[in-house]
Design a protein around this ligand. Structure first.
Ligand code: NAD
Length: 483
């Protein structure tokens, strides 16, 4: 592997092309959630280095935008190749610091290489227009130009795949970017960034910081050199950042939390629904923004669905992410264990029935079992706040209007799922669900060529599809006399 941090998880900051510690900022520990042991340390940026990071990003922007899109694309494709080449090692680090099973980590890293390739191509296709003038001796044209240095904030649950969407799109557009990575799981994110550096990006075109989020955000967002802000994270942090960005008139993209409803109709293929939903619910121990959370099941199939879903959940193998046979690893931190337990206890107190799980496993590590709660009242906290853990909340419904009302009840609007064999029911629900994404009789697979984003409190803007690169471009109009 290309560096020694893979052995002892010694994660540094990247400023002006240099990997460095910050004497004033110090370090924070990285904890392996499967063993609760300290697996390494991550450098924390001090305020003096924030200024240095922005100055470097300005120089990096000047150098990177001076390259033509075709040349930039070559560098980005080289980065994608390095991500593939180092995929197994990066995946191992990801499992160690975040807990997910090794197969899921490798999948995340491999998918990230595809994201870079895709944006490397998109960057070559950002054309302006030539618009006929009102007289024969004038015409008008538009140019798409990089918006400028970007400040990006990414979460710990997918430390590679969430960061890469921001990095690849911004760089493909010709911007420089400073990423504030997740300090809870920083090492795989740093290895991703290293691939870009080793591919030949000019110094300062990419920067990586860790540390005190609010302080970093307040500095970067307010700085006049920073021209765009992008965050993937929770709704509450999204609102804070949106206010800050608004105050400084910075455009931004927000990919925020969700609370995905799943509507299982009486005519659904139950085999398909149970097997797909168990996979999706317990992926990454439920710490997924698209995770199905509120299971709404039609009366005639309710009991059967609950029994079969709980049976499958109970039999999932929970172990360290590096174990040979593992379906679900630990949750990422002690905080996640505690929050999950609070949600479960509260739901039971409100009258829900515990079908399986419900109590932290008695072993070392942050292991919380797959948990299924049925008959969950809408007053339970978990039915209102994003659970972000391995808990499935099941309720019965009697009409599709009732299911729809419950699905749309919350301020979240990210993902939703429908299982039905009826084209009419599918059309009724997909048209009316207040969500950025709807999956019918299947799960989401994160294809970068499709739009990805939420509505309502789940955020705005997209990080996928042909529009995603446009976030980082501004349109300039040039009108000229040609006579
Ligand atoms: P978080 O909101 O706590 O943190 C997200 C990022 O923002 C981190 O880098 C964090 O350090 C930083 N941050 C924290 N406080 C900040 C502040 N005041 N100003 C600026 N940045 C700040 O979220 P998390 O716990 O890391 O991740 C989980 C959340 O992310 C969940 O809500 C999940 O649904 C959401 N998420 C959304 C998507 C999506 O695409 N919509 C994808 C993955 C995760």
């Amino acid at each position: 592997m290309a560096n020694e941090t893979m052995e002892k998880l010694d994660v540094r900051l990247l400023i002006d092309g240099q990997w460095l510690d910050d004497a004033e900022g110090g370090h924070l520990p990285i904890v392996d959630p499967a063993s609760e042991e300290v697996a390494g340390r991550v450098a924390v940026v001090s305020s003096a280095n924030l200024q240095y990071a922005v100055e470097a990003a300005q120089r990096g922007f000047a150098a990177w935008r001076a390259m033509v899109p075709f040349e930039r694309s070559i560098v980005l494709r080289r980065a994608a190749a390095l991500v593939r080449e180092r995929g197994d090692a990066i995946g191992a680090v990801l499992t160690r610091e975040q807990g997910k099973p090794l197969a899921q980590s490798r999948h995340e890293v491999a998918g990230s290489a595809d994201v870079i390739d895709w944006f490397a191509e998109e960057g070559k296709r950002c054309f302006g227009q030539v618009i006929p003038g009102r007289t024969v001796d004038t015409h008008t044209l538009t140019r798409l130009e990089p918006v400028g240095p970007v400040a990006a904030f990414s979460p710990w649950n997918f430390p590679v795949s969430q960061a890469v969407k921001k990095l690849a799109a911004a760089l493909a557009a010709g911007c420089s970017i400073i990423l504030k990575g997740p300090r809870e799981a920083p090492a795989a994110c740093a290895e991703l960034v290293r691939c870009f550096v080793d591919a030949g990006l000019p110094a300062g075109a990419i920067g990586l910081l860790f540390g005190h989020s609010a302080e970093i955000a307040e500095y970067l967002v307010a700085h006049p050199a920073i021209r765009y802000v992008t965050l993937t994270g929770s709704v509450s942090v999204g609102k804070t950042l949106a206010s800050l960005a608004g105050m400084h008139m910075k455009p931004l993209t927000l990919e925020l939390g969700g609370h995905a409803p799943v509507i299982v109709c009486k005519d659904a293929d139950l085999d398909l629904a149970v097997s797909e939903l168990v996979k999706m619910k317990f992926l990454n121990a439920g710490q997924v923004c698209l995770s199905p959370t509120r299971f709404l099941v039609e009366g005639p199939v309710y009991e059967e669905f609950v029994a079969r879903f709980a049976e499958r959940a109970r039999n999932l193998r929970v172990d360290s992410g590096v174990a040979d046979t593992v379906d679900m690893g630990p949750v990422a931190s002690l905080r996640q264990v505690e929050v999950t337990q609070t949600f479960v206890d509260d739901a039971v107190k409100c009258g829900a029935r515990l079908e399986c799980g419900g109590k932290r496993l008695e072993r070392r590590g942050y292991f919380y079992p797959p948990t299924v709660l049925s008959n969950v009242p809408t007053t339970a906290r978990a039915m209102n706040e994003e659970p972000f853990g391995p808990i499935a909340l099941v309720r019965q419904f009697d009409s599709r209007e009732e299911a729809l009302a419950e699905a749309n009840r919350l301020p979240f609007g990210l993902a939703s799922y429908v299982f039905t064999r009826s084209v009419a029911t599918e059309a009724f629900l997909t048209e009316r669900l207040e969500a950025g994404m709807v999956a019918v009789n299947r799960l989401f697979s994160s294809n970068i060529e499709a739009p990805f984003g939420g509505v309502k409190d789940s955020g705005y803007g997209t990080e996928g599809g042909t529009q995603a690169i446009r976030n980082f471009l501004v349109e300039k109009m040039v009108t000229r006399f040609v006579g």
